[in-house]
Design a protein. Structure first.
Length: 295
């Protein structure tokens, strides 16, 4: 059986490389590139396989390429731009991203969303991603989805190699309805994201966003069950996600080397013996990413 830590992947979006505070505006007064280098070093030494690179500026991508361990140990995943400016523009941006990261190819290239694939320009983008895969710029192509996107229907139409989907201790919709199991049964590689649901498990109830007030009782109950099980929210969230047989990768985001070390330690601990079913939220507002964006 694959060790849980080998299913853990890292998202680079929280590294802080795009923040405008000068080169010394990092954590504890450290330069951000030094912090990113240490995060990546811990991830590599711990055996993390996947590194997702998306949402960075060109300058941050160059910095990230400079601090990646050598030889580069990760299966890199990048995301294409939206397809509305045409496939030639999307390909140019992808090739530019590879150049800035100082790599000749990546493991996977994802379309940004199901909405983009189903748009007027989506099929042309998908055809271009297939062409880039055939040319060896990547081994896999895929798409990032939400629970409301009909991921199975999308997979039947486009036949992606990888689907990145949200699932967590609190948001179990795609697990409960069998979507992720069906995707895995179709041979699709499932990458879980948003496993901390915007840090909701870590927030005290009185600090939860206003649109989550109706779910506050359920969240408090989940926190109580975790505490009664002699665990903590980090261990519980990771234990739940890493134990899912549907998932081949579980993506986490960290903002510092200390957070990376804490995630690795929690992931290597035995998963807590908890009643996962009792912690799932059924509040549509709490689970709607549009509500989070507007909060």
């Amino acid at each position: 059986m694959t060790a849980p830590i080998n299913k853990l992947g890292l998202g680079s979006g929280q590294f802080g490389l795009d923040q405008q505070a000068g080169s010394q505006g990092g954590f504890r007064g450290r330069p951000r590139d030094a912090e990113a280098r240490e995060i990546l070093g811990i991830a590599a030494r711990s055996g993390l396989r996947v590194l997702e690179v998306s949402g960075h500026s060109a300058a941050a991508e160059i910095t990230l390429g400079q601090v990646l361990p050598k030889p580069q140990p990760f299966a890199l995943t990048i995301t294409s731009v939206r397809p509305d400016r045409g496939p030639d523009h999307a390909e140019a941006e992808i090739r530019g991203q590879l150049a800035r990261l100082a790599v000749g190819s990546v493991e996977a290239i994802l379309a940004p969303s199901a909405t983009d694939l189903f748009s007027h320009h989506g099929p042309a983008l998908w055809d271009r991603l297939k062409k880039l895969k055939d040319e060896g710029l990547c081994k896999k192509i895929g798409v990032s989805v939400y629970a409301s996107d009909d991921p199975v229907g999308l997979a039947r139409r486009f036949k992606p190699d990888v689907v990145q989907a949200p699932a967590s201790l609190l948001d179990q919709r795609l697990l409960i309805d069998g979507t992720l199991a069906e995707l895995a049964g179709m041979g699709v590689e499932v990458h879980l994201r948003s496993i901390f649901l915007n840090g909701l498990l870590f927030l005290p109830p009185d600090r939860a966003p206003s649109h989550l007030k109706a779910a506050a009782g359920r969240i408090s109950r989940a926190r109580r069950l975790i505490a009664e099980g002699r665990s903590d929210p980090l261990q519980a969230a990771l234990g739940f996600a890493l134990s899912r047989p549907e998932a081949s990768c579980v993506l986490v985001g960290v903002a510092s080397a200390a957070e990376m070390s804490a995630v690795v330690a929690a992931a290597m601990s035995p998963p807590p013996d908890l009643d996962w079913d009792e912690m799932a939220l059924d509040d549509p507002d709490a689970l709607d990413p549009r509500a989070w964006a507007a909060a």
